[in-house]
Write a protein that binds this ligand. Sequence first.
Ligand code: ZN
Ligand code: ZN
Length: 415
Amino acid sequence: MSLRKALLVVCDGMGDRVEREYGGETPLGIAKTPTLDRLAASGYVGLMDPVSPGIRPGSDYATTALLGYDPSIYYTGRGGLEAAGAGIDLKPGEVAFRCNFSTVDDSLTVIDRRAGRIEKGTTDLAETIREIKPRGVKGLRIDFRATVAHRGVLILKGKGLSRMVSDVDPHDNGVKILRCEPLDDSSAAKRTAAVVNSIVTQSFRIMRDHPVNLARVKEGKRPANIILPRGAGTLPGFKTLHELYDMKVACIAAVALVKGVCRIAGAELVNVEGATGGLDTNYEGKAWAAVKALENHDLTLLHVKATDVASHDGDFQKKASVIEKIDSALGKIMPSLNSESTYVIVTADHSTPVSVRDHSGNPVPLLISGPGVPSSGVSKFSENAVSRGNLGRLHGLDLMRIIADYLGKAKKLGF
Ligand code: ZN
Ligand code: ZN
């Protein structure tokens, strides 16, 4: 293993647009970030287009790019990533769906997409769901796992399946569930859609009177009486970072999709107590776990979701305060990282401007600090400062190659 290490900090949705109301600054620009500022001053800074200029990626799509895999080739839907994040190894040809345990009425109108935010009993319900036999299809098996709270993963196993099918989940309450439809003319897509519809119908039949739901109704809670699949996906067929760069990677993240991409890329998932994926996450615990993980990994990816949560809430100040918490946690661990041998890279998977409250195609700020990296001399880590930085403007796909090069892991091309 090389002596050089890298800590890659991905602040989800941290990138933003400047706001006149805040003096032409962004949340990162107004946040008090002494540690990030110091790292930015002593390293490379620039802007990065996670996928391509103007492309609005989801976190899973963007993380695929940041790990060096071209998502236009390798992104194969959310279901496969969600399954991997939940520790399920999909096999080639299997199709996975993200599912919600939901509440519907007898006309299959959604009363509550999250079944009263059910927490307990989903493992028992999953056991019953696994017994469903889709009608009219031979040689097909199903698996179902409950994951976190009202979420689960449905996996179809067998020949002739396709991920090109639509969602059953209407993504809203008060409307009827949707029929799963094939999204292309292939017989595999038609067959998969028929299977999904059969499973959903049967799930309602068998879950309605399940003891878990009878007990919930008695307690005045909403029953989890149906599963609503969405986001069909297959296993992305990419090589691991170990195979590509001989790199041992650890991932510290709370979000299943991010964990999924990292796991498929060969990263070891490190669980941290109190890592919630929310604003209340254990910032310091995650940062210290990264220090520990670097002891026996070449690269540790530390992902923090809270910046994106504050962005979707449209709260400029809250986003700035989340960034300050990340900065403070990084400040605590910095003395424990060997600056002679450790690179610290800080960036975002995409921009989520508070004014938009959703992901945008804006580039994200990037800093790379460590041995042999020239100083930018900027006094602040912000979108404004890095846009005049010494690194210029990169593509997300460049990042892993640059890290591999600094770690002495890049292969030479040509003579
Ligand atoms: Zn994201
Ligand atoms: Zn988001």
